[in-house]
Ligand binder design. Structure first.
Ligand SMILES: NC(=O)c1ccc[n+]([C@@H]2O[C@H](COP(=O)([O-])OP(=O)(O)OC[C@H]3O[C@@H](n4cnc5c(N)ncnc54)[C@H](OP(=O)(O)O)[C@@H]3O)[C@@H](O)[C@H]2O)c1
Length: 446
């Protein structure tokens, strides 16, 4: 390890590990605080004192959550990239550029990097890991997924002898909070405004509500779980913008709750990764994940099922994962087998007809004779069988609530397109996956 070679040189003491932070905002300041407050513990464990000696920012005058020592902050990236004393770096700026170029440059010259930047890792991990291999450095990214929950470590280390074939998760706290508020009676717009007021959602919440943030996290989780690269473009994504109070009410009637669920499945040598609103059975562990919390369920041959849950965001929560990765690098040497495990193989993208799920389908129709039979007929054409059907009269006609038996995702999508094209259909139908360990026949309608 280059940094171990560097430990003896320069003005620092032999046990010092000089660290640079690229970014000193919410997470960066919290990382510095944790390194200071837990410095004695880390030194007892590793024999090293991790010291933040440089931190990159845009604005030197800005007030900081945990003040760094004089001279630590800089606005000149070259002062860090060219500093031969720096042994380790944490990228906590966000964005693809210039963060990506800075990380590449550090890895190329042998400086190991920890990052919390999920978009950077999801989109550019091949070139980042190639640079790390050339430089003999490590790239760690635990903080990219579910902040404080150590799911990457569990997948890469604890479950190395387990064939994980399914990952199911609530990996975006903002949308989970918004959907929870809708459950409590708010509209989507009111719930989002409340999330913004409480700081759970950005002023521009598009990355969260569109599902892009969850898609990047699911791409990373699937890559690590399946040992094959899954890019964000490989993820089928649907956001929560179209979830209406009527969907939440229908879920409640079925004793379910609407959640933004990420699901990665490995079947017959192909991968299917999707993010979208789903109806989750109230008896399912994911239904209990409330507010801005996250949870990930891992299913595999030897482990059956493991669920990890906890805070999915926040400065100090994310910092705990960053510091754990920094300490882990200090405690290990060389690139190691963890370095780029997803590069071991490539997987085909699963055909949507090979992936099965029960669905809830909601259709608003003109209340004409025979319309029910025609809707059921469009499902039957694709071999989708109906487990429950409830019809509610409305001013405009009728709303059909249909729960299907498990069916190929592609068949349901084709049926829904055909139903949408029927002249009696008043609005585009909604089709949401149902997440339940019970058979759909057992689901009630209250
Ligand atoms: N906050 C969370 O709960 C959380 C959770 C999980 C992951 N993350 C990830 O952690 C990373 C950091 O998030 P954050 O919430 O700490 O963001 P933040 O508060 O906005 O901090 C970003 C920091 O980077 C600096 N920066 C940004 N662009 C720069 C540039 N071009 N040149 C120099 N400095 C630049 C900023 O400088 P100034 O301070 O001078 O503006 C600031 O110090 C992101 O990748 C985010 O996705 C955050």
């Amino acid at each position: 390890m280059q940094f171990l070679r560097r430990l003896g040189c320069g003005p620092v003491t032999p046990v010092d590990v000089p660290i640079a932070l690229l970014g000193y905002g919410t997470v960066g300041a919290a990382v510095h605080r944790l390194l200071v407050e837990t410095g004695d513990d880390i030194e007892r464990l590793t024999g090293r004192r991790l010291r933040v000696t440089r931190a990159l920012v845009r604005d030197l005058a800005k007030e900081r959550g945990f003040a760094p020592e004089d001279g630590v902050l800089t606005t000149d990236a070259e002062e860090i990239l060219g500093d031969g004393e720096i042994a380790l770096a944490a990228e906590l700026m966000g964005g693809l550029e210039p963060a990506g170029s800075y990380v590449l440059s550090l890895l190329e010259r042998g400086v190991s990097v920890v990052t919390a930047n999920k978009q950077l890792v999801a989109h550019r991990s091949p070139e980042l890991f190639a640079a790390a291999a050339r430089g003999g450095a490590q790239l760690r990214f635990e903080a990219c997924v579910c902040a404080a929950i150590p799911v990457i470590k569990v997948l890469r280390e604890a479950l190395v002898a387990t064939h994980v074939h399914r990952v199911l998760g609530i990996v975006n706290g903002t949308t989970n909070f918004v959907l929870g508020e809708m459950e409590a009676g708010r509209t989507y717009e009111e719930a989002l405004a409340e999330a913004q007021r409480l700081g759970y959602a950005e002023a521009d919440p598009v990355d969260d509500v569109s599902g892009a943030d969850a898609a990047a996290k699911m791409a990373i989780l699937a890559s690590v779980a399946f040992g094959a690269r899954v890019a964000p473009e490989d993820v089928e994504v649907e956001g929560i913008e179209a979830v209406r109070p009527e969907h939440v009410a229908a879920a409640r009637a079925l004793e379910m709750t609407v959640k933004l669920v990420g699901q990665a499945t490995l079947a017959n040598g192909a991968a299917d990764v999707r993010v979208g609103p789903a109806l989750v059975d109230r008896h399912h562990p994911l239904a209990a994940v409330e507010g801005a919390f996250n949870a990930v369920m891992l299913q595999g041959d030897a482990i059956r099922e493991i669920t990890l849950s906890g805070p999915g965001a926040g400065g100090i929560e994310t910092a705990s994962a960053v510091v754990a990765d920094l300490v882990s690098i200090v405690g290990t040497s060389g690139p190691g087998f963890l370095q780029d495990d997803p590069a071991r193989r490539s997987l085909a993208r699963a055909d949507a007809d090979a992936i099965r799920s029960p669905f809830y389908v909601r259709v608003d129709v003109d209340d004409r004779p025979g319309v029910l039979a025609r809707v059921a007929g469009q499902l039957a054409v694709e071999g989708v069988s109906v487990a429950r059907l409830v019809q509610n009269q409305t001013d405009a006609g009728a709303t059909l609530h249909i729960v299907t038996h498990e069916a190929p995702v592609g068949s349901v999508a084709r049926s829904v397109r055909a139903i949408a094209a029927m002249p009696e259909t008043l609005e585009p139908p909604t089709a949401l996956r149902v997440v339940s360990d019970r058979g759909v026949e057992e689901l009630g309608w209250t």
